[in-house]
Design a binder for this molecule. Sequence first.
Ligand code: HEM
Length: 405
Amino acid sequence: MQTITLDRYADVRDAYRQHDLEQALYDAGGVVMADSLLVLHGAEHHKRRRVENRLFRRGTFRYWEKAFLRDVVTDTLAPFAAAGRADLLEIGYRTVMNLTAMVAGLDQPTGAPEEAGAATEALYRFAKTFSEGATLVHSTRDPGEVRAEVAAALEEFDAIFLQPSIARREALLAQLAAGEIAEDDLPRDVLTALLRNWDELGIDRDILRRECAFYLQAGSHSTADAFGHAADDFFSWARREPEAAEKGRHDPAILQRCVYETLRMHPASPVAQRRALAPISLRGGTEIPEGAFVVLDIAAANRDSAVFERPDVYDPLREVPADVPRWGHAFGGGMHACIGTELAGGVPAPDGHPVSESEQVLGTVTLMLEALLAAGGRPDPDSPPQRDPHSAREHFGSYPVVFGS
Ligand code: HEM
């Protein structure tokens, strides 16, 4: 089979918009990803995306950010800061996992603190295991072993989180049908949306389970990864350009640009892969024959010097063309464009038009970076960060930080 690699910014953008290119990155990750939104194509994808999109309407995350996101971020960080040391990846996962569980519709026990603590522990473990299953294509471990671990984790996840969450929602939907509660009393999450549109979507319980597991991992892994890199890039910037970084540290709009610059340079998904269902001619002249395997090299396209001047330099204050997002292709594009862009990345302030604080949507990663720096977080001088030995991707396996003076 012919493989065509696209590494120019414009070619990748054009490829994302082609309806005859279907998802091909997760063939090996079927144990979590089969029939999930990210692998569906055409009418099936459109139907599912339309149902789930309603939860991600503009304005929802502005409200979330004002109402509770900041508190979730600072409350999660507080015990780590008090202990004086932590691992950035653990802070990242723990912060965002509870948020993505909420988006997915996975209720957490509200009982005794030990019970809640054990549930958070389990979610953390599941998010990491599902993530490894989804990105099996990049794993250096034995695939059979990883698949068996994921299958076991899915069973446990089902019993601890999914079944009780389904039962609560089915009871609410019955109450809605009986006129006992109003539409607004229903939780706004993926699980509720899927249960309500069950017949139209034509899904079954296994698909439902994988979709919720996919959301848990899609949201948490990429956000935790972006947070680790954003902090690392900021620390390096502060060493190279202490004055600029000092100013940025106190300006959320600059911190947001720091995060976008990190996403451009270290996209959590460095490649996308597609299969051509028909012959395709890209505007730049590339001909893609039917059946070809297409690699969208996001990491390379995000460093295309035709679009980003001095592409290998981390410059959060850089100028970019008006029709190019500062994060390049880090959130994908076309039909599979990341549904969580606004939650994770916020809404970019337009150049030269500062937005008021009430209008601003910074996004989870910027809120996390801001909180980390405000707590005095910095790399542990005695314990340097390590790369993840089990992934061919550019992920950190650990990133120790210390707090306080
Ligand atoms: C910094 C954080 C994030 C990054 C860099 C990121 C990146 C991406 C990318 C590149 C894709 C497209 C993959 C492809 O085309 O093959 C994608 C899709 C997706 N992301 Fe994200 N993501 C992030 C956060 C989130 C969050 C917080 C959520 C949910 C709460 C989320 C949910 C999804 C979903 C559901 C899709 C599939 C959309 C579809 O197929 O229609 N992501 N993400």
